[in-house]
Design a protein around this ligand. Structure first.
Ligand code: ADP
Length: 420
C-alpha cells in the first residue's frame, strides 16, 4: 500500500504520441564542492528546496534512494527504456542532478507493469505530467499504481523547459555556421540547395557563398551575448517537431500562443520509413540515411530542364519533386537502396517543416526560430538542412537554433511547474 512519504516532486513526465519522456531530479552536492547560487525564479527556488527539507525524514531518504537505484538499474527496462546519460546535467540553480529517460509510448503497458511489480510507486502520490498521455493514461496510472497525474499544459511546459535551458545550461542552445570556404568559388562544388520557395531570388549575395552550414556553435558565444539577453529576446518562434509539428510564437517568459502546426512531422518520417524500408531501429535508420543519396529518388530541376532554370535562379540541383524520380522509371525500386529512401524521406519532411517555419516567421516577424522535439534527436541531417534553408530563404535575416535537450523540454517544464 501507499507509504506516507511522497517523492513525486522529483519527477516530470511528458507522454507524447510516440515517446514518453521522464525527467528526474537528484538532490546532491555539486561535483567539486559547493557553489552558492541564488535564483530569482520562484519555481526554481521551490524545486531547489524540494527534498532538501523533506529529506530530513529517513523514510523520504530511503524512498528516494530506492527510486534512484531502480532508475539506475537499466537492465530492468530491457531494451524498452533508454537513459540519456550524456544529457545528465548538474544544475547549480536547482542544487542537484537532472536525469533524462525515455521509452516508446506504445510500451506504456509494459512500463507500468514493471513499475507496479516494484515498490517504488508506493512512495509516489502524484507527478507533474504533460503531453496527451497525461490525459490518456490518467486512469491507468491511478488504478494500477495509485499515482495521480498533475496535468500540465503541453505548450506552457515546453516554453518553461526551453527558457530554463537557455537561462541555466551553458552551451545548450546552438546554431550552425558556414564552414570556411573551400576555395572553389561561389556555391562551391554544386551542393544541393533547399527546395525553392516562392520568394527564392538569391536576394542576398552573401548567401551564394554560404555553401553549407556545418559548424556547430554555442549560440550565446556566437552572438557575443549573455544567455540572459538571449532569453529576453522576443518575439521568437518555437517549432516543436515531435510526431506532428506545433509552432508557437513566444512573446515573453510566459506569454505565447500556438500559431500554426503541421501533420507532416517526425511520425511521418518514421512511419513511412518503417513501411518503405522495413526498418525496425530508429537510430540505425538515421545512420543509414546518412549514407543515402536522395538524388536517386528525388527529381531535381536538372532532371527536368537538363540544366538549371536560370530565369528564376534555380540551379540544376535544386530539389523539384521529392520522390519524383521514381515515376520516371519502369521499376521504381531499381537502383534505389533503403538508405536512399530513408534520406529522401528525412529531406522531404525536413524541408516541408522548414518552409512552414520560415513562412510563419515571416508572418509573425520573428528573426529567431528555435527548433526542438525528438525528430531532431540524433539527426544532424535535419538540423543542418533547417539551418541552411532558413538562412538561405531569409537572405541571412533569420536564424535557426537548436537545443541539446531538444526532446526533454516539455518533461523538464512539467517537473519545474508541478507545484510541489
Ligand atoms: P511526441 O511527443 O509526439 O512523441 P517527440 O518530440 O518525442 O514527440 O518526437 C517523436 C519523434 O522523434 C518521432 O516521430 C521520431 O521521428 C523521433 N524519434 C527520435 N528517437 C526516436 C526513437 N528512439 N523511436 C522512435 N522515434 C524517435
Amino acid at each position: 500500500g501507499k507509504s506516507n512519504v511522497d517523492i513525486g516532486g522529483v519527477l516530470g513526465m511528458d507522454i507524447g504520441g510516440t515517446l514518453a519522456k521522464l525527467v528526474y531530479f537528484e538532490k546532491k552536492e555539486p561535483p567539486g564542492g559547493m557553489v552558492r547560487t541564488c535564483s530569482r525564479d520562484p519555481l526554481v527556488t521551490m524545486k531547489r528546496n524540494l527534498s532538501l527539507g523533506d529529506l530530513n525524514t529517513r523514510e523520504q531518504k530511503e524512498a528516494l534512494m530506492q527510486f534512484y537505484t531502480f532508475m539506475d538499474t537499466q537492465e530492468q527496462f530491457g531494451k524498452a527504456g533508454v537513459r540519456d546519460e550524456h544529457l545528465a546535467y548538474y544544475s547549480h540553480e536547482l542544487g542537484g542532478q537532472l536525469h533524462f529517460f525515455r521509452f516508446e509510448t506504445r510500451l506504456m503497458d509494459q512500463a507500468i507493469e514493471l513499475i507496479s511489480s516494484s515498490t517504488i510507486h508506493n512512495s509516489i502520490k502524484a507527478l507533474g505530467c504533460t503531453g496527451g498521455g497525461a490525459y490518456k493514461f490518467e486512469d491507468f496510472f491511478q488504478k494500477r499504481m495509485g499515482i495521480r497525474m498533475l496535468q500540465m499544459d503541453e505548450m506552457a511546459s515546453l516554453v518553461r523547459g526551453l527558457q530554463f535551458c537557455i537561462a541555466n545550461i551553458p552551451g545548450e542552445c546552438y546554431a550552425f555556421e558556414p564552414e570556411p570556404v573551400k576555395g572553389t568559388g561561389a556555391n562551391g562544388k554544386g551542393e544541393e540547395e533547399p527546395m525553392a520557395s516562392e520568394q527564392d531570388t538569391f536576394r542576398n549575395m552573401r548567401m551564394r557563398h554560404m555553401s553549407e552550414l556545418r559548424e556547430k556553435v554555442d549560440y550565446s558565444h556566437k552572438v557575443h551575448r549573455s544567455r540572459t539577453e538571449l532569453l529576453q529576446s522576443y518575439p521568437a518562434l518555437v517549432v516543436s517537431i515531435g510526431s506532428g509539428v506545433s509552432i508557437l510564437k513566444v512573446d515573453g517568459p510566459a506569454k505565447f500562443e500556438r500559431v500554426s502546426g503541421s501533420s507532416i512531422g517526425g511520425g511521418t518520417y518514421w512511419g513511412l520509413c518503417r513501411l518503405l524500408t522495413g526498418a525496425t531501429d530508429y537510430d540505425d535508420s538515421l545512420d543509414l540515411a546518412d549514407q543515402g543519396e536522395s538524388d536517386r529518388v528525388d527529381m531535381l530541376v536538372g532532371d527536368i530542364y537538363g540544366h538549371g532554370y536560370n530565369k528564376f535562379q534555380l540551379s540544376s540541383n535544386t530539389l523539384a519533386s521529392s520522390f519524383g524520380k521514381l515515376v520516371t522509371k519502369e521499376d521504381p525500386r531499381e537502383g534505389v537502396t533503403n538508405e536512399d529512401v530513408s534520406k529522401a524521406l528525412i529531406v522531404m519532411v525536413t524541408m516541408n517543416i522548414g518552409q512552414v517555419a520560415y513562412l510563419n516567421a515571416k508572418l509573425y516577424d520573428t528573426r529567431r526560430i528555435y527548433f526542438v522535439g525528438n525528430f531532431l534527436r540524433h539527426n544532424n541531417i535535419s538540423a543542418q538542412r533547417l539551418a541552411y534553408a532558413i538562412a538561405y530563404w531569409s537572405g541571412g535575416e533569420m536564424e535557426a537554433l537548436f537545443f541539446e535537450h531538444e526532446g526533454y523540454l516539455g518533461a523538464l517544464g512539467a517537473f519545474l511547474s508541478s507545484g510541489y
